[in-house]
Design a protein. Structure first.
Length: 188
């Protein structure tokens, strides 16, 4: 448990979805999972995959497999208190073109529930119309896409804007997790 999550507010009784598929960046999945659980919350992996998915270390090296708690289409935003969108180029690219994934993500904004996206995770937000007018950050490779979609993109460790937490890379995970937990505790 990091110092940040040790001092984090309790999110006991709250359930957070992590929307991922094959190619998710390993620490961007495992560290938020651990932070949510350490703060007393329940973390559930939601995926277009049915049973398990392949995480990656970077974009090329296979890492661990993870079981899927809920397949997309069987749950909605109403079943969760918040959403985490980890990165990984392959993961984020596959999800942004998946209609069920876009509908799932859009539901959290419709319900005004916290959303946290790191690295390439914010990519899907351009597809669901949740970028324009927001101050946000991401991995540098998404800067142009986010700016073209109307975001005020900044190169900062973590940005919180109207219920949306964004961060750049795995190096920012401690700040990302802390901002996510704070938002979930405040909004739920």
């Amino acid at each position: 448990m990091s110092d940040t999550t040790a001092d984090a507010p309790s999110i006991e009784g709250r359930t957070v979805a992590l929307l991922v598929t094959d190619g998710v960046e390993l620490p961007e999945l495992t560290e938020p999972l651990a932070a949510i659980r350490d703060a007393g919350g329940t973390a559930k992996i939601v995926s277009p995959k049915k049973e398990s998915l392949q995480a990656m270390s970077g974009d090329w090296e296979h890492a661990d497999h993870f079981g899927v708690d809920h397949q997309l289409g069987t749950v909605g935003a109403e079943d969760f208190d918040a959403l985490v969108l980890p990165g990984g180029t392959l993961n984020a690219d596959a999800l942004r073109v998946d209609e069920q994934a876009r509908e799932f993500v859009g539901g959290f904004f419709e319900d005004s529930k916290p959303v946290a996206a790191i690295c390439h995770g914010p990519w899907i937000l351009t597809e669901v119309g949740q970028v324009s007018g927001r101050r946000m950050t991401s991995v540098g490779a998404l800067r142009t896409d986010l700016v073209n979609a109307g975001a005020d993109w900044v190169d900062e460790e973590v940005v919180v804007d109207r219920g949306l937490v964004t961060s750049r890379t795995p190096a920012d995970l401690e700040a990302f997790d802390a901002a996510l937990l704070k938002l979930v505790a405040e909004r739920s």
